[in-house]
Design a protein around this ligand. Structure first.
Ligand code: ADP
Ligand code: ASP
Ligand code: MG
Length: 413
């Protein structure tokens, strides 16, 4: 008898019919004697709808109340799921984050899980119930409801699997696993059978939203093998596991894109010690995460500072920076939300040169201008105009021959 944590995403529970189908799928395992913990997302589109409602009232919504609002989406699906199980003649109990006591930090809308009390879950499992838990939410020490950031139900599932020492953690979604790029925009995308935690971390951090990045971080830390697979087929999906020899020989394993970011430039900043700290301190104090940073040197003692933030933080960041710009006597703050970050990822890049320049050539051939570049050991990212995203992804996928089984490096170049 195994303890299995399964998570079903928004599309998988997008209607009452789909919720009934998910209940049937879970019951199949339950009937075989397994203890089932089921984490659910809100119905597809629901979290966006709630954000829209909030924005009708406050352009920059109060973050505590935002969490109160957003956490309702998952409450609906777990209650309906428990009803579906009971209707099928079995027992289930639905639990919210604060009922379980999923304790988090108090950074509203981006809270981090600190610990999980597993006692109540074990009690219900021991009494033969299927336990369904609201994804994406928790509670602070003070009793305030929090959410974990978009896509956070994956993180709830992996954290529960680690805390419960589950035998398996399965993430069910609307595609059959992790692909070489988003299969919804590139038909040639190929399913990856096994991928290392580190590579998955890079893919997720660069926009492959099939797994939330924090869920991958937790999986790596607690050595939880994660199986990503489809709600709608029985096919084997992708295993996210520790790195092995075969994986190391891959050159580029995936192409990602993110349309979640925005670009901000502070123009004509006095080029003196301490200025960067003055700019980024209020930003980090406000819980805004900065990604790529470029500082250009101009003739004279002025410089331009360009960086990216999450699109959802753009308005707040601009408002904050306008004040900062006045204080440090910079000329102006400008920005754009119509950008995308396109990246190539692969552990094989560690020991290989020339990948970045190949990427620039491919983009140039398509007439796509690169606005920003950043690299790490195993990735190269370029910021481009949003409207070229799909074109760039397909061109890179094609040029690096990702539709074919990855060739060992020597054969690929
Ligand atoms: P869920 O609601 O189940 O959590 P998400 O929408 O968060 O599902 O994630 C699944 C989606 O991730 C897919 O529909 C696909 O469009 C997108 N995606 C982006 N990159 C990838 C990738 N490399 N492999 C698989 N799916 C990807
Ligand atoms: N419902 C939340 C979202 O849409 C969390 C999740 O689905 O993982 O981001
Ligand atoms: Mg998701």
């Amino acid at each position: 008898m195994a303890l299995i944590v399964q998570k079903f995403g928004g599309t998988s529970v997008g209607s009452t019919e789909k919720i009934k189908a998910v209940a049937e799928r879970v019951l199949k395992q339950h009937r075989q004697g397994h203890k089932m913990v089921v984490v659910l997302s809100a119905m597809s589109g629901e979290t966006d709808r709630l954000i829209g409602l909030a924005k009708n009232i406050q352009q920059i919504p109060d973050l505590r109340e935002m969490d109160m609002l957003l956490s309702t989406g998952e409450q609906v699906t777990i209650a309906l799921f428990a009803m579906a199980v009971k209707e099928a003649g079995f027992d289930a109990v639905s639990l919210l984050g604060d009922q379980v006591r999923i304790r988090t930090s108090n950074l509203h809308t981006k809270a981090r899980i600190r610990n999980i009390d597993t006692a109540l879950i074990h009690r219900h499992l021991d009494e033969g119930r299927i336990v369904t838990i609201a994804g994406f939410q928790g509670v602070t020490e003070e009793g305030d409801i929090t959410t974990l950031g978009r896509g956070g139900s994956d993180t709830t599932a992996v954290a529960l699997a680690a805390a419960l020492k589950a035998d398996a953690c399965e993430i069910f979604t609307d595609v059959e696993g992790v692909y070489t790029t988003d299969p919804n925009i590139c038909q040639a995308a190929r399913k990856i059978d096994r991928i290392s935690y580190d590579e998955m971390l890079e893919l997720a951090s660069l926009g492959a939203k099939v797994l939330d990045i924090r869920s991958v971080g937790l999986a790596k830390r607690f050595k939880v093998p994660v199986h990503v697979c489809s709600t709608f087929t029985e096919n084997e999906g992708t295993w996210v596991v520790e790195e092995d020899k075969i994986m190391e020989s891959m050159l580029v394993s995936g192409v990602t894109y993110s349309k979640n970011e925005a670009r901000i430039t502070i123009n004509k900043v006095p080029d003196q010690p301490g200025v960067a700290a003055k700019i980024f301190l209020p930003i980090s104090d406000a819980g805004i995460v900065v990604d790529m940073i470029i500082q250009n040197t101009r003739a004279g003692s002025l410089t331009d500072l360009t960086f990216t933030v999450l699109r959802s933080d753009y308005d707040r960041a601009i408002r904050l920076l306008q004040k900062v710009a006045e204080e440090i006597k910079a000329e102006s703050v400008t920005g754009s939300e119509n950008i995308a970050k396109v990246s190539i990822v692969g552990v094989g890049m560690r020991n290989h040169s020339g990948i970045a320049s190949t990427m620039f050539q491919i983009l140039a051939k398509e007439g796509i201008n690169i606005m920003m570049i950043s690299t790490s050991e195993i990735k190269v990212s370029c910021v481009i105009e949003e409207k070229y995203t799909e074109l760039a992804v397909r061109a890179l996928h094609d040029a690096f021959a990702l539709d074919k089984e990855n060739l060992p490096i020597e054969e690929a170049v």
